[in-house]
Design a protein around this ligand. Structure first.
Ligand code: NAD
Length: 352
């Protein structure tokens, strides 16, 4: 499969990825090569990585605990300490082998250790392959508040091996599908139509298409001054819902993709009310997501608490919450203010 070129790095697939890694390490003169894993990628991905992908010796493998609840500064401290204890210096390389939690955290740790060392992302979940590992957003949560601490800093390369998806739990695969559907909704109606009908979303062609859509947006606006914001469709309410479920033990924890699937239905409703998204398209969005993602129950108290969390959204300016909405399927607009009364209506539409 053809590589995808981003501003300072490339996304390579399969055999090409293997060759690119070998060539890059051979020419870079790294003092140390470290690999970051969690307990699952250590078990399911590290053996394949060592046997089939990595030709160069590894100095140390660092393990962190998996899960969004560990995407925080105290896990970063542990990795910074491991880097330091194992003689990491500015010419060290960190290879992030894992899902979006690990690539976000590992990217941030590498970007800040000794003011920045090289890192390579080798994403192992569908979500991290099609979205999280590409685009250079790195960071961690602050308490339950999503991605509040971080920097935008690009990896040296992103290497995609779809073999890793074989051991991924079905629920995790579907979570990644949400971000792929988002790519269609914000920029490509044809892709949305094709993807919403198929259960073969882990096909290499779909994966490549999703990465290409994200990359095209990021290339035009790497630091999210304007266009890049459209990648946040569904994420304003989605992140608030994800945080709310994380901090409430009585609520079922939602995976990132599950939370933004709800967010996309709600923000689809706001798009219909404010930006002319047709009722037909809105219903199509809702039906599609509810076909793949179990409906979540929200009480009135839940909704009130979720809406309070909106004030922490990273896109807010001057105290205003800024939304990305759809004018039609395939066409998104950003920086839209939403009158408060519409939020309750959006949840009412979701519950219908
Ligand atoms: P995750 O990283 O938590 O991985 C999901 C689970 O699968 C974990 O338990 C992990 O250990 C396990 N796992 C990983 N690879 C496996 C494999 N091959 N086989 C078996 N198990 C495996 O979750 P995720 O969905 O990959 O990522 C979600 C995170 O990504 C969120 O924190 C979200 O905020 C972030 N994100 C970042 C961006 C970005 O642009 N940086 C974009 C979207 C999402």
């Amino acid at each position: 499969m053809e590589s995808i070129i981003s501003q300072s790095y490339e996304v390579h697939f399969g055999e090409l990825a293997k060759a690119a890694l070998k060539q890059h390490i051979a020419k870079s003169g790294y003092s140390k090569v470290f690999v970051l894993v969690d307990e699952n990628t250590k078990k399911y991905c590290l053996p394949f990585f060592k046997k089939e992908i990595m030709a160069h010796p590894i100095d140390s493998v660092f393990e962190i605990a998996s899960g969004e609840e560990n995407k925080n500064i105290s896990t970063c401290t542990k990795v910074w300490e491991m880097l330091s204890n194992f003689d990491g210096d500015r010419k060290s390389l960190l290879i992030n082998l894992g899902g979006g939690v690990l690539t976000d955290l590992g990217g941030f740790v590498a970007s800040t250790f000794k003011r920045g060392i090289d890192f390579i992302n080798i994403p192992t979940t569908l979500l991290s392959i099609v979205d999280a590992s590409v685009g250079g957003k790195t960071g961690v949560d602050l308490g339950v508040l999503k991605n509040q601490i971080g920097v935008i800093n690009q990896p040296v390369m992103v290497l995609v091996f779809t073999e890793f998806l074989k051991t991924l739990e079905p629920r995790q695969r579907v979570s990644g599908y949400a971000e792929m559907l988002k790519h269609g909704l914000i920029s490509d109606m044809e892709y949305w139509n094709q993807l919403k009908e198929t259960s073969s979303f882990t096909e290499p062609d779909s994966i490549q298409k999703s990465i290409a859509i994200k990359n095209k947006v990021v290339l035009q606006d790497p630091t999210e001054k304007g266009l890049r914001k459209i990648l946040n469709f569904g994420h304003t309410l989605g992140h608030a819902i994800e945080s709310y479920c994380l901090e409430n033990p009585e609520k079922k924890t939602l995976l990132h993709g599950e939370a933004i699937a709800v967010g996309m239905i709600l923000e689809g409703y706001l798009s219909h009310e404010l930006k002319g998204l047709s009722k037909l398209s809105l219903d199509e969005i809702k039906t599609t997501f509810l076909q793949y993602f179990e409906a979540v129950h929200f009480s009135d108290d839940d909704v009130d608490a979720i809406l309070k969390l909106l004030k922490f959204d990273k896109k807010n300016t001057h105290g205003d919450v800024n939304f990305v909405l759809l004018q039609s399927i395939g066409e998104a607009v950003s920086d839209i203010k939403v009158p408060e009364e519409l939020f309750q209506k959006a949840f009412a539409y979701y519950r219908e």
